[in-house]
Design a protein around this ligand. Structure first.
Ligand code: SF4
Ligand code: SF4
Length: 715
């Protein structure tokens, strides 16, 4: 007996013709759905991002094939999805090979290859991967049945909305149920065929063979198996064609949109926000209506699988703010679908007019202003959605219309007028350096090795001034040649930009670039991760391209080179908080940890560490806005202190960001843990290890009261 099988066994000519007709109908519906998607994306402003196509395609292939992004922080679900993915792909390719044999190779070329060893290998391959598909689907069903919080569609913004989210649950189960149905009926089909004729070579399809033997055991063989096979063939085939036709209209659309989203993603997403178009008119500032979104963003909305990973990572969602990045994406998708998508084409409510504003109609302004721009959502999203830039675009439009928190508006005006968020006179910016026992060079007047861009908080906030003086003493002790810009330095603009004030950001950046360009130096140092990010990543397109390093990196350099040598091992038990703009934004995770190890501290990691760090709540300009939190949940910074306390007997909560110093020192008091843990900026521990005087600098303590106009406090 030849090792092969007949494709349309038992089907009459008209039944085969019907089958091909159904294939044509299914393909036509699928193509129409894809066309609707493409037409929707074409409504977006400007083009689809696809520069350097080879690099993008190579990277996308790696991310999709390895499931590197999907496996993160949930290895079990990631492995299950991997099994489903490869099971589906192999079965799809297997069906394609069969179609090629039947419709091209044999009738047109007279070539029959689907027999003998090829057929046996084919059977084995498809059988094993079909089993993997089923196993993966069962694990994913188990995950959903265990109801993890991230798959709970409850809204954190208290908004009921125009659409019923119950259909999301139905859609999820229909999708996974359809795949399960196809997998089970596929195996049954194979088993019935084997039970009918019982050819020994079908042992090469081991799982189907086993089920086939089982069917024979219970009396389903011969004629009975043949009749059941005929019915199952049609059920399975029609279900498969219906599934294909439904892909563009259902959750299955992510099979197309997710790889496309990864391929067109901005590799700088969030870290380097896009400038306004040259000579932008008012209606081109930010995003107000669906058509203002770029095709890339519209595509990304369809890629969302509702996995909830961004929702689980979001500090706003976790602490009572009316924002969930997942809900934001789903709300935007609903509006895009109701305005230009398949729902609009089919007239299915809720529909939206093209002029319907996004903020107000679909998304509350409080939702937009709750974002801390911490990048936790962008960093974890397995399909590459750019929540942070999207939120920033929505903010830009609100800022342009003047629709923002009066506190934020006041701070932006203060920055515009004074160049800093404290409203201090320019000449006070460098006063912190006057409290030192040595002179800090004015980099505008003489060449320096390191140009220290200090930032607002590190220059003007009393507690952070002590940290700046500490770092200056370390640099002086190490013999580092450094200087500052004094009154020529202005707010770097990182948070101004993330609050949505693009014009002011550009003004600040150009002013700083001009001041920096007038100095002679080798590298820029900054102790503020927010300034670090914007100078390093956002100044280059504006003409300011320099090597920029954070002080944690410099401290490590100094330790490793022997420029500073700890006089003793501190022996403190500490935990370290990764500032968002240092860690997630710029990948600096190891340097601070190595410094802590180098000065003899025992580091105890909090559960949320490195790229899973938890924002202090100050980012994205939130530190300049009124509180939007609802309910009794602790603030993000308090939640973090609780997390550190839960580690048990930790001496110090260490960080390396001036805003963190302010936020966490406050949170230690308001969370009720004063006396149980103390805050230290990394530099303070380094200075302590060097045994340099004055010791008071390293001892921390409450920041002094300060009146407007007072000189900054000194150690
Ligand atoms: S950037 Fe942070 S705060 Fe904003 S939506 Fe994303 S996770 Fe939430
Ligand atoms: S936006 Fe990304 S992370 Fe969030 S639910 Fe959708 S796919 Fe998951």
């Amino acid at each position: 007996m030849t090792e092969t099988r007949e494709t349309f066994a038992g089907l009459s000519d008209w039944q085969v013709a019907l089958w091909y007709t159904l294939i044509a109908v299914s393909t036509a519906i699928f193509a129409w759905g894809v066309l609707l998607l493409v037409l929707k994306y074409r409504r977006g402003r400007s083009g689809l991002r696809f520069d350097r196509p080879l690099q993008r395609l190579g990277r996308t292939a790696w991310i999709v094939l390895s499931h590197a992004w999907i496996r993160r922080r949930d290895g079990v679900a990631g492995a299950a999805h991997l099994a489903v993915f490869y099971g589906f792909v192999v079965l799809f390719i297997g069906t394609g090979i069969l179609a090629f044999q039947d419709d091209v190779a044999e009738p047109l070329l007279g070539w029959t290859f689907w027999e003998g060893p090829f057929y046996l290998g084919y059977s084995l391959f498809l059988d094993v991967f079909g089993f993997a598909l089923l196993a993966g689907l069962l694990v994913l069903c188990g995950k959903r049945l265990s109801r993890p919080p991230r798959l709970d569609y409850g809204r954190v913004d208290g908004r009921i909305g125009d659409y019923n989210r119950g259909r999301y649950v139905v859609g999820d189960w229909l999708f996974v149920g359809a795949l399960l149905f196809l997998g089970v009926t596929g195996f049954l089909l194979e088993a019935l065929r084997i039970a009918e004729t019982d050819p020994s070579f079908e042992r090469w399809a081991p799982f189907g063979w086993l089920v086939g033997q089982g069917l024979q055991e219970v009396g389903v063989g011969g004629e009975a198996a043949s009749a059941a096979h005929f019915r199952t063939w049609w059920v399975h085939g029609v279900a498969a064609l219906a599934f294909v036709a439904a892909i563009p209209f259902t959750k299955a659309v992510h099979m197309l949109a997710a790889p496309a989203s990864v391929a067109t993603r901005d590799e700088w997403a969030g870290r380097r926000l896009q400038p306004l178009p040259e000579g932008a008119k008012a209606e081109e500032v930010g995003v107000g209506v669906v058509a203002d979104l770029s095709p890339t963003y519209l595509l990304q909305l369809d890629a969302c699988t509702k996995c909830g990973k961004c929702h689980a990572a979001c500090p706003a969602a976790a602490t009572g703010y009316p924002l969930s990045p997942r809900d934001l994406v789903l709300d935007l998708r609903e509006q895009a679908e109701g305005t230009y998508g398949a729902r609009s084409a089919l007239g299915v409510a809720p529909l939206y007019g093209p002029e319907a504003g996004i903020v107000g109609a679909t998304i509350r302004p409080e939702t937009i202003w709750s974002c801390m721009q911490c990048m936790a959502c962008v960093e974890i999203c397995p399909v590459g959605i750019e929540h942070v830039p999207i939120i920033n675009h929505l903010r830009r439009r609100l800022v342009d219309l003047g629709e923002m928190d009066p506190l934020l508006q006041g701070t932006l005006e203060t920055i515009y007028e004074s160049g800093n968020s404290f409203g201090e006179q320019k000449r006070k910016r460098g006063r912190w350096a006057k409290g030192l026992e040595f002179e800090v060079k004015d980099a505008r007047k003489e060449p320096v090795e390191l140009l220290w861009f200090v930032g607002d908080y590190a220059s003007l906030d009393p507690r952070n001034v002590r940290v700046s003086q500490t770092l200056a003493r370390i640099l002086h002790h190490a013999g580092v040649d450094f200087g500052i810009l004094y009154e020529a330095e202005r707010n770097a603009g990182n948070d101004v930009r993330r609050a949505g004030e693009e014009g002011l950001f550009t003004d600040l950046a150009q002013s700083n670039i001009e001041a920096i360009s007038g100095c002679e130096f080798e590298r820029i140092l900054t102790s503020d991760p927010h300034s670090f990010n914007t100078i390093r990543n956002e100044y280059p397109p504006l003409g300011g391209s320099w090597e920029v390093l954070h002080h944690t990196e410099l401290l490590l350099e100094l330790l490793e080179s022997g420029a500073i040598a700890p006089a003793r091992s501190l022996g403190h038990r500490v935990t370290y908080h990764d500032p968002c703009h240092l860690g997630r934004y710029n990948g600096v995770y190891d340097a601070p940890r190595q410094v802590l190890a180098g000065i003899g501290c025992e580091l105890v990691e909090m559960p949320r560490n490195r790229d899973n760090s938890f924002c202090c709540g100050a980012g994205g300009g939130r530190i300049w806005m009124s509180e939007l939190k609802q309910g009794d949940a602790p603030r993000p910074s308090e939640s973090r202190i609780h997390e550190a306390i839960a580690l048990g007997s930790v001496d110090y909560f260490v960080t390396a960001c001036p805003k963190d110093v302010t936020m966490y020192e406050d949170a230690i008091k308001t969370s009720g843990h004063q006396g149980e843990i103390e805050l230290r900026e990394l530099s303070e521990l380094v200075l302590e290890s060097l045994d340099l005087l004055p010791v008071a600098v390293a001892a921390g303590g409450a920041p002094p009261e300060r009146e407007p106009g007072d000189p900054p406090a000194t150690a």
